[in-house]
Design a protein around this ligand. Structure first.
Ligand code: G
Ligand code: G
Ligand code: NA
Ligand code: MN
Length: 252
């Protein structure tokens, strides 16, 4: 398959770029962090969505080298923003189950932090509930990351089978309320669901970040539900690092 074979060249030929999507405090719209999101510009096919090529890279193992590159690039970028005098913000990086299973994640994270001379608490690792396929190993790795001082966030929260188990058993910092809950905020049932998850998060002393906020209506309903943080096109899509500098300088 074309994409699979071309993926092999993408790293060495520098076709990847890391984009950043701001994460904001909902009440003030103040930027409190960024999510690193990988982008691939194929020389002939143009932009290919990570939703398309990440699963392939997970399947054939290339996610290991790609993931390493994303993590190091994001850490170095975060440090560069600090050098440029922008106030430090938390940076989150998505990590696949496959990277968890590979056994070198802790070493890699340590290396990335050292290379960038980044304060560990500024790095957040985003994982999905599917890491629970390997409960014991995953729990150990998450503990190890926490011991380094790195933060852990559960992506697409509420869509997997083990949401409550995760909240109860893992030392995590943040849950990211999946976009599917936000899409349908006109429904009273969905509003109840969102309020309940936000309460659960608060009671467990977790940060709750709503994903995929696109309208003022959704924003207001989330604020009513006491959700404190969010991401979405209403604030900004994922943009290149240079554009983030403008956003941070404009910031109140
Ligand atoms: O940014 P976008 O909505 O196109 O991302 C599509 C999917 O690809 C999302 O599920 C997102 O989490 C995933 N993704 C984006 N960048 C990375 C990355 O660097 N590593 C991993 N593992 N997944 C990523
Ligand atoms: O799986 P993960 O949550 O990491 O994926 C995030 C994906 O959602 C990225 O591809 C990102 O570009 C996309 N995204 C972020 N904000 C919005 C939004 O407001 N609307 C839509 N449709 N997608 C969004
Ligand atoms: Na997400
Ligand atoms: Mn994510």
């Amino acid at each position: 398959m074309r994409i699979e074979s071309d993926l092999r060249k993408a790293l060495e030929e520098e076709q990847f770029e890391v984009y950043y999507q701001p994460k904001v405090e909902l009440k003030t719209k103040k930027i409190i962090g960024m999510e690193a999101l990988l982008r691939w510009q194929h020389p002939e096919l143009g932009w290919i969505s990570p939703a398309e090529f990440i699963p392939i890279a997970e399947e054939n193992g290339q996610i290991i080298s790609i993931g390493e590159w994303v993590l190091k690039t994001a850490c170095l970028q975060s440090k560069r923003w600090q050098h440029d005098g922008l106030s430090p913000t938390n940076i989150s990086v998505n990590v696949s189950v496959r990277q968890f299973q590979q056994g070198t994640l802790l070493t890699l994270v340590k290396e990335a932090l050292q290379e960038a001379e980044l304060v560990p608490s500024l790095l957040e690792i985003e994982v999905t509930e599917s890491i629970m396929q390997n409960t014991k190993e995953s729990t150990e790795i998450i503990r190890g990351l926490r011991d380094l001082g790195v933060q852990i966030s559960i992506d697409d929260f509420g869509t997997g089978y083990s949401s409550l188990y995760i909240i109860n058993q893992l030392p995590i910092d943040t849950i990211k309320l999946d976009k599917t809950f936000i899409d349908d905020m006109k429904s009273v049932d969905q509003q109840a669901m969102v309020r309940t998850i936000v309460d659960l998060g608060m009671n467990m002393k977790l940060k709750v970040v709503a994903e995929g906020i696109e309208t003022d209506y959704q924003l207001n309903k989330l604020i009513e539900a006491k959700c404190e943080y969010g991401q979405g096109y209403l604030f900004s899509k994922a943009v290149r690092a240079e554009e983030i500098e403008n956003l941070l300088q404009e910031a109140p």
